[in-house]
Design a protein around this ligand. Structure first.
Ligand code: PEP
Ligand code: MG
Length: 324
């Protein structure tokens, strides 16, 4: 990390005209924690709980999970930590829980698995709530939500876990709950989803994959994975609009948030939180501190008129080159 970027650690992420934007990090391993704090993260927008599940040889017990979650929450307290419920399937397979499918990305993954196995979700949420006792910085987030019924079912299970923890005599507050918007259907239902929860968070990695029908891991089609595709940008704007129409926080936790060029657009679109890899944070902060919010909004309006990803990227590069 060069000096110039290091010096930004304790500076707020504030635009030239004084608009504050929250820069959070994505974590999974304990090693991510120190890197995140060193770089001045203000919270965790995505803690991938499947990471500790992937490291073991069987499902971790509720108590094992509680200890792992406690370490995360304690390391960042009082900063918020957004824990995503288990997101396996797709490209993430647990060795002790094999899923064989022709089309794993369209199959049994994320919330679909844990709603079919409520005992997994209940134990996980109980572990999170127990870990949160006395701290209060937990937020819970649900992956791969595709329809309202899934969300309502998951909310019932979260409330049930909360009651069970209370019955065990533990006083743990009900945390904010949010939905990941990473399936195109959820974009069109952003307001309806937001009405039922406390926040939305765009998973742009999966959302881009599903909007463009391009496998995010297949090198043969990787040149078609256009993170700045006009359709992706239109979807992002729609999610902000939907979430804000219900007065809810809208964040983004896909790789896009860690791209300084894209971050300026996300600012202009009105995202409240950008959550990224700790490594990207200083560069994103630098880019956002070099523009005004009005400029970023004008850029969004201008880019709306461009119908090709390459042209959009060139326009953004020109802007940031101007700012050094
Ligand atoms: C995403 O899909 O953008 C996301 C943040 O989740 P993951 O990369 O873990 O699927
Ligand atoms: Mg995802």
């Amino acid at each position: 990390l060069n000096r110039d970027l290091e010096a930004l650690r304790d500076e707020p992420c504030e635009t030239l005209d004084g608009h504050r934007l929250a820069l959070w990090v994505n974590t999974g391993l304990m090693a991510d924690v120190s890197r995140s704090l060193e770089r001045g993260a203000e919270g965790v927008g995505l803690y991938r709980t499947e990471v500790p599940f992937l490291l073991g040889e069987r499902f971790p017990s509720e108590e094992e999970q509680r200890r792992i979650y406690r370490d995360q929450l304690e390391a960042f307290a009082p900063k918020p930590v957004t824990m995503r419920t288990l997101d396996v399937g797709g490209d993430k397979a647990l060795p002790y829980f094999p899923i064989e499918e022709e089309n794993p990305f369209l199959g049994w993954r994320g919330i679909r698995v844990t709603l079919d196995h409520p005992e997994i979700l209940l134990a996980q949420v109980r572990a999170m709530l127990k870990a949160n006792a006395g701290l209060g910085n937990l937020r819970i987030m649900l992956p791969m939500i595709t329809n309202i019924a899934e969300l309502e079912e998951a909310l019932v299970l979260i409330r049930r876990s909360h009651q069970e923890v209370a019955q065990e005599g533990l006083d743990s507050p009900m945390p904010p709950v949010g939905v990941m918007v990473e399936v195109p259907a959820a974009v069109y239902q952003a307001a309806a989803l937001a009405r039922r929860v406390d926040f939305l968070s765009v998973g742009s990695n999966d959302l881009t994959q599903y909007l463009l029908a391009v496998d995010r891991n297949n090198p043969r089609v990787s040149d078609l994975y256009h993170a700045l595709h006009p359709a992706v940008l239109a979807a992002l704007e729609a999610v902000v609009q939907g979430g804000h129409s219900e007065g809810k926080q809208v964040s983004i936790c896909g790789e896009l948030a860690g791209d300084p060029l894209a971050a300026v657009l996300l600012l202009g679109m009105g995202f409240d939180v950008l959550s990224m890899n700790a490594t990207s944070l200083p560069r994103v902060k630098k880019a956002l501190r070099s523009v005004t919010r009005a400029e970023a909004e004008a850029l969004v309006a201008e880019v709306r008129g461009l119908d090709d990803s390459a042209r959009i990227r060139r326009r953004l590069e020109d802007l940031l080159n101007d700012r050094g």
